[in-house]
Design a protein. Structure first.
Lengths: 119, 148
């Protein structure tokens, strides 16, 4: 019943010239998404991927298990000196991420250009 | 179709993760028929999904031989949702999650479901079933609730 989570990695440069690693997710983010979410993140080189941007534009459903995966990613990022940002969440999931406090550790932006402009 | 009063809809789900989306879609359809604003429909969808996930995982312990019952009852300006499982019910409500403690490894990263349910609907109560089974969570979301 759950749509498989797909993840893709893009390398972009912010207007300020910083390299940014974009993780683009597609499908549901739920308990079955561990490999797609954490596995993809853990495959990034920690020494060079210092700015990580999560793209939720093509994600329709996130449940509390999926939120826990994002929090696990934030824990690892904090321990690795990486900064994590996100864009493309629906207004509802922006509210949910704010409610659970994720915005304290990952800045949320409406779109990729707005996120990159802030990095 | 916009004047739905004292209507009851029931769904029975297998205790398999992912099937909470069936209840979520049904709840959304009923709420739309009742005239809920889109943002409240989204709140309801998340609350119902989390209640079903709890029932599947913690109530029925992922036993696919057991089902989760979802009863949606609309009365005038409110939609009540009961999610029923075969578990013994909650011993106590979990503490409010603390993102700082989670990030610092002092608290399990999971455990957001019940907090979200309580935050997104107008009423939420967990009721222990008699004879140690048929426990349920009862959610109420009101039509005229002012949103932020």
């Amino acid at each position: 019943m759950q749509t498989d989570t797909k993840a893709r990695i893009d390398q972009v440069t912010s207007p300020a010239g910083h390299p940014v690693t974009v993780l683009r997710f597609e499908g549901d983010i739920a308990s079955t998404s561990k490999d797609a979410v954490l596995g993809t993140y853990q495959g990034l080189p920690k020494e060079t991927a210092k700015l990580v941007l999560l793209d939720f534009t093509k994600v329709d459903y996130i449940n509390s298990s999926g939120i826990a995966l994002v929090i696990q990613m934030l824990i690892e990022a904090a321990n690795s000196g990486q900064k994590v940002f996100a864009f493309g969440l629906s207004p509802h999931f922006t509210k949910v991420f704010t409610m659970v406090g994720i915005t304290k550790y990952a800045g949320l932006f409406p779109s990729q250009p707005e996120a990159l402009a802030a990095l | 179709m916009t004047n739905v009063k004292s209507t009851s809809v029931e769904v029975r789900l297998p205790s398999r993760l992912g099937y909470e989306k069936v209840a979520m879609s049904t709840a959304a359809a009923v709420a739309k028929l009742m005239g809920f604003k889109p943002e409240r429909v989204e709140d309801l969808k998340t609350a119902v999904a989390e209640a079903c996930i709890n029932a599947i995982e913690h109530g029925n312990l992922l036993n696919e031989g057991l089902s989760v019952g979802v009863v949606l009852s609309s009365v005038d300006d409110a939609l009540e949702v009961k999610v029923i499982d075969d578990g013994k019910g909650l011993r106590k409500l979990p503490v409010k999650p603390d993102i700082d403690r989670k990030i610092h490894g002092e608290e399990d990263p999971r455990g957001m479901g019940m907090f979200l349910i309580q935050a997104l609907v107008d009423e939420a109560e967990w009721v222990k079933g008699t004879n140690g089974k048929s426990s349920y969570v009862r959610l109420v979301i009101r039509l005229d609730k002012e949103t932020d």
